[in-house]
Ligand binder design. Structure first.
Ligand code: DPP
Ligand code: ZN
Length: 871
């Protein structure tokens, strides 16, 4: 099977000057006529063939400049269309194909979701609509005409601005849309359906009016207001923070039920997975509200970072994704609490990206080869990519970073460009050499930074040594040292910041240490007392740290650090270490447990900390997190038991106190998703979690479930009961299922909670769910809610010693692969956990993968993931 390499990149010999598409949409099929104005590049030799991509298309007519083509002058097959010796000048190629959107279950190209015709083209879906140079460095203006039955599709949308519409006779009508901004085909979109909508408007900073609309299934309009509000705030934020103004007269968002991604940033016509649009208090959680805001912002921000400036090739995906995730994280930080957002984002990085980067699927944020590009829409490209941009902002400072971004927009607007060009603008704007920094994009693996320190009272000098290593990753045996920005402070015995007179041995810029060599030893002079170092404040680099700080030092940081992130992190580190050691047979001492318990109690009592932060601070790291800390030969059952033991140990003596606090947090204020209210709910549910898993208080979960006035509290109660598999859990799950029957997005929540149950019956129950005749087997959200949750949540049933969890997953993947390879391969990535497990589980997993490989014809998507995990 073919591997594609970055080093083979070459521009196309032909350019596409403009595109006119004409869709005739009928129940039975859709006819697509394309008129592509094409010309050879200056460097192209006469007689060079024109090779267009096509995936599963069948050509019904073809002409150049109006004249039908002779059979000998072209060849069409399942992978595309070749025109032998096209004219050596500008010409118009006209093709016609017929599509069957109804039977497109891969959800790439044009398909139908609940009756609505819609498209998903990134990365390579456009070639399933028409023959084209389907790659991001081919940019052209598009004009799109659609004709469809008025009754089935009163709404007809495409990219850009609407320029014409009218009656087409025989119950048909048409609309014409024109997008003046040249764009790659992956940003093309079309929607035709019978949809409701809400509308609003936004006045840009220069006074232009933009009409905004969100389209949805009839009856769901009232659930779109949070998305609309988020959109308007995103538009204002991008003007304020990055000087970026919207550029078309309309901005449309459409919610659809069947969608492979979360959402898609098509120019002027964002298409969304409906779970990232719909919200009302009874059916959406605070987390849902937050995700909606974040993803609406993310897709909107792509208009500049992705659409106006796009990627030269798909290896550069993180040029748009890492940068845009950074931008949406900054938006969330500015709109809510910065420290709470930071903790949230880092937790996500550690639970999803670190395991990818430390396992068989590790790859750099900018990979240099792939078999299937859909397998590279990863947490490394997105979340680590965002961390790399954040480090750039840390190194250059906010003003310096903005200067570089301004230059990026000025220099590359309208282009398809590269990571190198992105880094160059920051070099040019700052005068700084970033040649070492770019390694972050080119090298896989999470760096491990080891810290040791010592203090000499006689000379009042403090010595700090930082050492970096990166373990080998697949295909990368040798690693280069990275430029790691370490934001830091020294804390004196009374808890206040300490100063120093001078520092030698390395580069320190203000509160930033630049760790740019394998090892750096800094000597601080004029340090009056032995300090405790606070390193990597606000998580200034995506690294793992191991230090010589003991539990007392860490709990000192948890109390005194001026950096909230590090206060949180210190508590997490203490718990993680205690559980990990206990899982290896070295249980904590009473003193250790007591000290941690006291730190948690004091954190809860601290009036200077807000509820959302406290909720994060009292959370005990999950089994998956601790397993990765252990790193190899892991027995997840031992980790899970040790975790349960620690929670019980911590909670036992303070259960009544926690229960009182829990009871005091009840509020009868009407639901609002705002940060203050959401924070209180998070804290209350954090306490509930401790009480249920550490003090057997399943009764509290039941009561909360029954009396909850919103989905956040109701779902939390059910999920917490399910995760501890309390006596009440089966009844709560049963009630939830019937109470919300008929709401697919709430059904997803039930699937997720069901998949996380730890009891031995869970696999049988999941098999029954999947086998039920009414289970929607082609809907990505349903499949991911059940199976994605099962493989990614650290379930000890997935990693069962008898291999039943692995077999269940690989058998499900084989079935799903026939319908939707993207969803199947995404679920299979959960098997990346195998190399870190103890040998018997590892072997059971390997057997399941080998069976999948030998007994089925697999898609390229699944085949690639499987081979990389087995390698
Ligand atoms: N480009 C989309 C996004 O991440 C994914 N298809 O916004
Ligand atoms: Zn994106």
């Amino acid at each position: 099977e073919q591997t594609i390499y970055l080093k083979d990149y070459a521009p196309t010999p032909y350019r596409i000057v403009s595109v006119e598409l004409d869709f005739r949409i009928l129940e039975e099929n859709t006819r697509v006529r394309a008129q592509l104005a094409i010309e050879p590049r200056d460097t192209t030799a006469p007689g060079t063939s024109l090779v267009l991509d096509g995936d599963g298309l069948s050509l019904s007519s073809i002409a150049i400049d109006g004249a039908p083509l002779a059979l000998a002058s072209y060849a069409a097959d399942d992978n595309g269309l070749t025109i032998v010796e096209p004219p050596f000048r500008r010409f118009v190629l006209e093709t016609e194909v017929f599509l069957k959107p109804e039977s497109n279950t891969k959800l790439m190209g044009l398909y139908r979701s609940s009756g609505t015709w819609c498209t998903q083209c990134e990365p390579e879906g456009f070639r399933r609509i028409t023959y084209y140079l389907d790659r991001p460095d081919v940019l052209a203006p598009f004009t799109v005409r659609m004709t469809a039955p008025q009754a089935l599709a009163p709404v007809l949308l495409s990219n850009g601005n609407p320029i014409d519409r009218g009656d087409a006779g025989d119950g048909m009508h048409y609309a014409v849309w024109q997008d003046p901004f040249p764009k790659p085909a992956y940003l093309f979109a079309l929607v035709a359906g019978d949809l409701g909508s809400i509308t609003d408007s936004f006045t840009t900073v220069s006074g232009r009016n933009v009409d905004l609309a969100i389209y949805c299934t009839h009856g769901k309009e009232a659930e779109c207001h949070h998305a609309m509000d988020s959109l308007k705030r995103s538009m204002a934020w991008d003007e304020r923070r990055f000087g970026r103004e919207y550029d078309l007269d309309v901005f449309n968002v459409v919610a659809v039920s069947d969608f492979n991604f979360g959402a898609m940033e098509n120019k002027g016509l964002n298409i969304f997975n409906d779970k990232l649009v719909f919200a009302q208090p009874e059916t959406a959680t605070d987390a849902n509200y937050h995700s909606i805001e974040r993803v609406i912002a993310h897709e909107y921000f792509h208009n500049w970072t992705g659409n106006r400036i796009t990627c030269r090739d798909w290896f550069q995906l993180c040029l748009k994704e890492g940068l845009t995730v950074y931008r949406d994280q900054e938006f969330s930080s500015d709109e809510h609490s910065r420290p709470v957002q930071r903790i949230h984002d880092v937790q996500n990085l550690r639970t999803s990206q670190f395991p990818e980067d430390g396992g068989p699927l590790a790859h750099p944020p900018r990979p240099d080869h792939y078999r299937e590009i859909n397998n590279f829409y990863t947490t490394t490209v997105y979340e680590k990519g965002a961390e790399v941009v954040r480090m750039l902002a840390t190194l250059l400072g906010e003003a310096g970073f903005r200067k570089g971004m301004d230059l990026y927009f000025e220099r590359h607007d309208g282009e398809a460009t590269t990571i190198e060009a992105f880094i160059k603008v920051f070099e040019d704007a700052s005068g700084r050499d970033l040649s070492q920094f770019i390694t972050w994009y080119l090298q896989a693996g999470t760096p491990q930074v080891t810290v040791s320190d010592s203090y000499d009272g006689a000379s009042q000098t403090y010595t700090l040594t930082l050492t970096q290593t990166v373990e080998p990753t697949p295909g990368e045996p040798d690693k280069k040292p990275l430029l790691i920005p370490v934001r830091f402070g020294l804390i004196g015995p009374n808890g206040s910041p300490m100063s120093w007179n001078g520092v030698s041995g390395g580069t320190v810029e203000g509160d930033l240490i630049l760790l740019d060599k394998p090892s750096v030893t800094l000597t601080f002079s004029g340090v009056a007392n032995k300090p405790v170092p606070s390193l990597f404040r606000a998580f200034s680099a995506p690294v793992k740290v191991s230090s010589n700080l003991d539990q007392a030092d860490l709990l000192f940081l948890a109390r005194h650090d001026s950096d909230p992130f590090n206060r949180w992190d210190a508590l997490q580190t203490v718990s993680t270490q205690l559980i990990a050691e206990a899982a290896r047979g070295r249980r904590w001492s009473d003193d250790d447990a007591h000290a941690l318990r006291q730190a948690l109690v004091d954190t809860l009592a601290n009036p200077d900390l807000d509820a959302a932060f406290k909720a994060q601070a009292i959370a005990i790291p999950g089994t998956g997190m601790v397993s990765r800390h252990i790193g190899k030969d892991v027995d997840p059952d031992a980790v899970s038991a040790a975790r349960k033991d620690l929670v019980t140990t911590l909670v036992g003596p303070i259960a009544d106190q926690l229960a009182e606090r829990y009871a005091a947090l009840v509020s009868d204020a009407p639901y609002s998703p705002d940060a203050a209210q959401a924070g209180e709910r998070a804290l209350r549910n954090g306490l509930l979690q401790l009480l249920v898993s550490g003090a057997g208080r399943g009764d509290l979960a039941q009561k909360q479930y029954e009396t909850a006035g919103n989905m956040t509290d109701r779902y939390a109660a059910m999920a917490i009961a399910a995760q501890s598999w309390t006596d009440e859990a089966p009844a709560l799950l049963g009630d939830f299922r019937t109470r919300f029957a008929g709401d697919p997005l709430v059904f997803d929540k039930w699937l997720t909670a069901s998949a996380q149950a730890p009891d031995d019956g869970v696999i049988e129950r999941m098999r029954a769910i999947l086998a039920a005749p009414d289970f929607p087997k082609t809907n990505p959200n349903r499949l991911r809610s059940l199976l994605g949750s099962f493989v990614m949540s650290g379930s000890t049933q997935f990693t069962r010693l008898d291999g039943a969890g692995f077999r269940f997953v690989t058998e499900a993947v084989a079935e799903i692969d026939k319908v939707n390879p993207q969803v199947a391969s995404r679920i299979l990535t959960g098997m990346r956990i195998l190399p870190m497990l103890e040998p018997r589980r590892r072997e059971a997993g390997r057997v399941a993968l080998e069976t999948l490989k030998s007994q089925h014809t697999l898609s390229r998507n699944v085949g690639e993931i499987l081979d990389r995990i087995l390698a």
